[in-house]
Design a protein around this ligand. Structure first.
Ligand code: ATP
Length: 235
């Protein structure tokens, strides 16, 4: 579904991504793990067209995304949940969800999907008239994920959904990520520092170190890998 080939991304003269290859198959959950500053967020931002790569290729369903407008990339079926959730704080929960469906014309489908996200996160239904900014961190993350789903993406990019959340909420969020994948067949690209949780939910994983992919394998093999255990799982 998505292929990054020898992708290199820069901020001015700083090379953040030093030539990476990543393959995402339709229907799978893949995770990109690594330490702070490894280049995980930059990888997602390159895919979304926010920080386009200087070299290499990004192919989505046979089409190159390099130098494509971010809006067109969304229209092709790729939605991102950015790090730090960035919902619209002054809009209500329901208005935030409507923003996610802005490109859609199927009104009935949108209504059904609003009901669907309320079934995933009943707390959002309870708070639908409340301003997004008044929600707790966990609820804002739920809203950010829901807003992205409202675009009915084929590929959902999630940047550190567990960041700053209590363990119980993190578990709930990861459960829902799995559910979204299973119920809708949505392909998921999950960037995480919480390697343990991410590898438990993913099919396959990539380990990133200073702008390079140092290791890739099935999630279960990575969980059992001694190097990964030492560096990322704290065991
Ligand atoms: P984190 O978990 O902290 O988000 P990350 O793995 O997502 O880390 P990136 O945010 O992609 O890492 O950063 C990769 C590298 O690019 C780092 O060295 C970082 O300092 C640098 N970088 C990120 N954003 C910018 C920017 N806007 N300008 C210059 N350098 C940047």
């Amino acid at each position: 579904m998505l292929e990054l080939r020898s992708m290199k991304t820069y901020y001015g003269n700083i090379q953040a991504i030093k030539g990476i290859d990543i393959l995402v198959e339709r229907g799978e959950i893949i995770t990109l793990i690594g330490a702070n500053g490894a280049g995980k967020s930059t990888t997602l931002m390159s895919i979304c067209g926010v920080v386009p790569p200087r070299e290499g290729e990004i192919i989505f369903e046979g089409e190159s995304l390099v130098d494509m407008d971010p809006d067109r990339i969304v229209a092709m079926g790729i939605s991102q949940v950015p790090e730090g959730r960035r919902i619209f704080p002054h809009l209500t929960v329901k208005e935030n969800l409507d923003m996610g469906a802005l490109l859609r014309r199927d009104k009935d489908g949108v209504r059904r999907d609003i009901d669907y996200v309320y079934s995933l996160f009943p707390i959002l239904a309870e708070r639908k008239g409340q301003a997004g900014g008044t929600l707790s961190g966990g609820e804002q993350q739920m809203l950010a994920i829901s807003r992205a789903i409202m675009a009915r993406p084929k590929l959902l990019l999630l940047d550190e959904p567990s960041l700053g959340l209590a363990p119980l909420i993190v578990q709930q969020i990861f459960e829902i990520i799995r559910q979204i994948n299973e119920e809708n067949g949505t392909t998921i690209f999950l960037v995480e520092q919480n390697a343990n949780q991410a590898l438990k939910v993913a099919d396959r994983g990539y380990v990133m170190e200073t702008g390079r992919i140092s290791l890739t394998d099935t999630a279960s093999n990575l969980l059992a890998n001694e190097e990964v255990k030492k560096a990322y799982l704290g065991v």
